[in-house]
Structure formats: C-alpha cells, structure tokens
Design a binder for this molecule. Structure first.
Ligand SMILES: NC(=O)c1ccc[n+]([C@@H]2O[C@H](COP(=O)([O-])OP(=O)(O)OC[C@H]3O[C@@H](n4cnc5c(N)ncnc54)[C@H](O)[C@@H]3O)[C@@H](O)[C@H]2O)c1
Length: 253
C-alpha cells in the first residue's frame, strides 16, 4: 500500500457471503476492517478469519436501515479503529415474489436495507472521508438491476444504487472520494441458496444450471466480488469513479 496510514474500512453485511470475503480481502490489502452486521456475535467468524490472517478487525452490530444505529456504529468504528474512509455497502436481503403477490412489507424491507441503508451509511461516513481528503465507497448492485422476474423490489433497489453511486461520485469527487458499484451475477452464498429453495431446486442443480448459462461456465464465488471491490477501494484507483462493474462471468446483454 502506498500510504503509511492504516486506513479503516467498513463492510456492511460482513458476517457471511460476499461481505465476509470482502472484509478478509480488504484486510489483506492493509485496511483495518469493521465487520458490520445485524448481530454482532454473527460477525465473529469473519473477524477471526481476518485476525488469523494477521489483520485487524472489529465486530459491530448494526441494522443499516436504522438512523440511530448507523450513527452509533460509525461513531464506534471511528473511536475504536479510526475514521472510516472506505465503505462497502454490501448488506442485503431478498423478499422475492411476483408483483401480484408482493406485499408492502416485501417492498419496504428491500428498499430500507439496500437503499436507505446505503444512504445512511454513506452520509454517516462521508464526514470522515472529507476530513481525510480521501474516500472510497463501493455499493453492491446486481445483474438484477437490469430487470429480473420475481424481483420488482430488489431490481429497483439495485438499479437505484447505481444512481446513488453516480451521484456520490459527482458530489464527493472534489474531496478525493470515489464511488463505484459492483454488480455481481450468480455468486454462491446463502442468498442464492435461498433463491434455489424458493424455486424448489436442489442448490447443486441450481448452480449447474446457472453455470451452463454463464460464458465462463462456472458460478461466481464471494472472492470474485471481493477482488473487484479491492480494485475500486485501492489507493491508486482515484481516477475511477461513478462506474458500474458487472462481475458475472460474461456480458449480460
Ligand atoms: N449472491 C449473489 O449472487 C448476489 C448477486 C448480486 C448481488 N448480490 C448482493 O451482494 C450483497 C451480499 O450478498 P450475499 O450473497 O453475500 O448475501 P447474504 O445473504 O449471504 O449476506 C447478506 C448479509 O447482509 C446482512 N444484512 C441483512 N440485512 C441487514 C441490515 N439491515 N443491516 C446489516 N446487515 C444486514 C445479513 O445478516 C447477511 O450477513 C447483497 O447486497 C446482495 O444483494 C448478491
């Protein structure tokens, strides 16, 4: 890393899946990492993986859709690790259903976690980034942003995150802050296991069927996404901002 300061990163939804792999990867890149998730105890595995690897990590319990919890969590990270200047808005949930069966709660929950969560976390961290004259925001979008059956709520939220990303890039660029989005295709995590269960398929068969449709002929791993996040959050990526990178084993359209 080209800086002598150990910069602090927050990874939301860091207890498992893509967030956990990203926390581990960013620690390897030299960041001190706050692993933030709904339940602080659930972050322990990720924190242990980072520390076993020689890195520094802190478990933080927080619901990203709650203003007060976000404010307290970011304050705690700043006090215990240092000012958070790298933010990965990764926390996410699914509430899939066809439109006619989608409840108000399905809609609101997905908007609150993905959109309100990314907004609250970005707003709470931006002061630290401005003060440091450096910042990196990465929002987890999705291939579903292009539209996906059964995901009116999720596709809307993931497309919305692309708008947020580009706006943050424009507003905050003059402070040395970049904002980019990573839009994964099919990644093997609890989330895709949940989708397989919803459509009544065995998870292995579901992965095989997905791999057949992907140009590189395999499904993605959390580390594939962590790799893209590491690029966007790197010290030398300061001229890359407002971009959406689809990481899906091939082009989507
Ligand atoms: N897995 C995929 O194929 C895929 C594809 C495209 C995009 N994504 C996106 O990548 C991100 C990570 O997905 P994943 O597959 O690792 O999912 P996952 O379900 O395995 O993990 C999501 C994490 O977010 C946490 N979380 C949920 N609500 C939260 C809240 N309100 N506050 C704090 N934490 C909360 C969960 O507890 C969980 O640990 C999500 O934003 C998801 O939408 C995933």
């Amino acid at each position: 890393m080209s800086t002598t300061v150990q910069r602090v990163a927050i990874v939301t939804g860091g207890a498992r899946g893509i967030g956990a792999a990203t926390a581990v990867r960013l620690a390897r890149e030299g960041r001190a990492v706050a692993v933030l998730d709904l339940d602080e105890a659930a972050c322990k595995d990720t924190v242990d993986r980072v520390t076993a690897d020689g890195g520094t990590a802190l478990a933080v319990g927080c619901d990203v859709s709650d203003t007060e919890q976000v404010s307290a969590a970011v304050g705690r990270v700043a006090a215990e690790l240092g000012p958070p200047v790298v933010l990965v808005n990764n926390a996410g949930v699914l509430r899939d259903n066809l439109l006619f069966k989608m409840s108000d709660d399905d809609w609101d929950t997905v908007m609150n976690v993905h959109l309100r969560g990314a907004f609250l976390m970005s707003r709470a961290c931006q002061k630290h980034m401005v003060d440091a004259g450096f910042g990196r925001v990465v929002n987890l979008s999705s291939s579903s942003a292009l539209g996906n059956r059964g995901q009116a709520n999720y596709a809307t939220a993931k497309a919305g995150l692309q708008g947020l990303t580009k706006t943050l890039a424009k507003e905050l660029g003059k402070f040395g802050i970049t904002a980019n989005a990573v839009a994964p295709g099919f990644i093997v995590t609890d989330m895709t296991a949940q989708t397989a269960a919803r459509v009544g398929m065995d998870f292995e068969d579901f992965q095989k069927a997905a791999a057949d449709r992907i140009p590189v002929q395999r499904v993605g791993r959390p580390e594939d996404i962590a790799n893209a996040v590491a690029f966007f959050t790197g010290e030398d990526a300061g001229f890359v901002s407002g971009q959406v990178l689809y990481v899906a084993g091939g082009p989507l359209n």
